[in-house]
Ligand binder design. Structure first.
Ligand code: AMP
Length: 415
């Protein structure tokens, strides 16, 4: 199987490692890729959000499967353009990707499918915003309606800050605050059959103890020792299958990766958000434990044959990833700084570039992450921190508490 992987972040580096490790994958091309991916794939230039360009590249490299990593190409219709060439693609159509591309659309689907989620209003002017904030009270949850790379959400007790964010975004979804620990559940689906991966937890805030602004994600771990035993079965029954059925009913089946972001509240799991692709950095830890060959799994989802795919196999133990971010991230990351200590197994590249002389430099806010496995969460955590401690990048920072509460048994579901 010849595979074209679209994207160039940490998620795509993790996907590339998984695909390159599948004996059925005889050639792997990544576009645009990154210096980490370059070790396992041929890199090609492409604008990932240009449907015609990606489809032409898929034809040129004779891809049997195209895997689309980020959300922007999906929302732009890249999967549709590739499918129109008769090439199998892992990633939903633009219509189905609206599950991520529009928070209002997602709420509409959830309501129609009876999926448990926060009550919400879509607001387009100050009066509607004030009404919604009054109804739900603090903490206020204000979300940009469109794609915002995980940074369009403000959760705050400060009413003025909530109103300011709403005014800056224009069209927003304001919703009820959900209390409880969060879970990311990835589900591979061909639109009908659906296979859950291991639940993971990510860390959205920039600072230790969940302080500071939201980011794209500062770290992750899997599995989650503290979740209720039936969590995955319940979410498949109450969330995933009703959502997939609703999208089939609308004539826009969702095939690809359905990312279910959940809060485990006292009244059970509630959906915080859907995404239409693998999450970053949870992918790094989930794929680190997946033993089943990744190419075959994604190909089955892309060709409507997932129902016939054998059950997934997982490695024992745990995986932890810790993101190293650039100076100034998330507000205004500085780029162009030299990185040393990063050319080793377990370092996943996200925002890096390499000079002609081989020097590695920062090229984004989340620069790289250290991903490690171990016989248990404590061992995986120690190994991940050992990796990032050896990386040198001026002004960089990382959270020191990734997976710490889980290791210490401090995560509880409020009752
Ligand atoms: P989203 O982009 O929708 O995942 O939101 C980003 C982060 O904001 C989530 O991971 C949560 O930590 C937080 N968040 C979003 N919606 C809610 C909510 N209704 N209640 C509490 N926290 C929320």
């Amino acid at each position: 199987m010849r595979v074209l992987l679209v994207g160039g972040g940490g998620r795509e580096h993790a996907l590339a490692l998984g695909l390159a490790g599948d004996p059925a994958v005889e050639a792997l091309v990544a576009a645009p890729g990154n210096p980490g991916i370059a070790a396992v794939a041929e890199l090609r230039e492409v604008t990932p959000t240009d449907p015609a360009a990606v489809a032409a590249l898929a034809v040129e490299v004779a891809a049997d499967l195209v895997v689309i990593g980020p959300e922007a190409p999906l929302v732009a219709g890249v999967a549709d353009a590739v499918r129109a060439k008769g090439i199998a693609v892992f990633g939903p159509s633009a219509e189905a990707a609206r599950l991520e591309g529009s928070k209002t659309f997602a709420k509409d689907v959830m309501t129609a499918a009876g999926v448990p989620t926060a009550r919400a209003y879509t607001c387009e002017d100050a009066a509607a915003v004030a009404h919604a904030l009054d109804e739900f009270g603090a903490p206020y949850v204000v979300k940009d309606d469109g794609l915002a790379a995980g940074k369009g959400v403000v959760v705050t007790d400060d009413r003025a800050a909530a109103e300011r964010h709403a005014a800056e975004c224009g069209r927003v979804v304001i919703e009820e605050y959900l209390s409880g620990p969060e879970v990311s559940l990835f589900v591979v689906t061909d639109g009908e059959a659906a296979v859950p991966l291991l639940p993971a937890q990510d860390f959205k805030r920039v600072g230790d103890g969940d302080t500071g602004p939201n980011t794209g994600g500062m770290g992750a771990y899997t599995p989650l020792p503290w979740t209720p035993p039936n969590l995955v079965d319940d979410v498949m029954r109450d969330v995933v299958h009703p959502t997939l059925a609703e999208l089939r009913r609308r004539g826009t089946p969702f095939a690809g990766l359905l990312y279910v972001g959940l809060a485990i509240t006292p009244s059970g799991p509630r959906v915080i958000e859907f995404n239409a692709r693998f999450g970053d950095p949870e992918t790094q830890v989930v794929l680190a434990l997946l033993e089943t060959p990744l190419g075959g799994l994604l190909h089955a989802a892309a060709t409507g044959t997932l129902g016939a795919h054998p059950p997934l196999r997982w490695r024992d133990g745990a995986a932890v990833t810790v993101v190293v971010a650039a100076d100034g991230y998330p507000a205004g990351p500085r780029t162009g700084d030299v990185i040393t200590g990063a050319d080793r197994a377990g370092i996943i590249h996200a925002g890096t570039r390499r000079d002609a002389d081989g020097t590695l430099r920062s090229a984004g806010g989340r620069v790289l992450c250290g991903t490690a496995t171990g016989p248990d969460l404590a061992a995986a955590r120690d190994a991940a921190y050992e990796l990032v401690r050896d990386v040198e990048l001026a002004g960089s920072h990382y959270r020191t508490d990734i997976a710490a509460a889980a290791v210490d048994g401090r995560i509880t579901i409020p009752g």
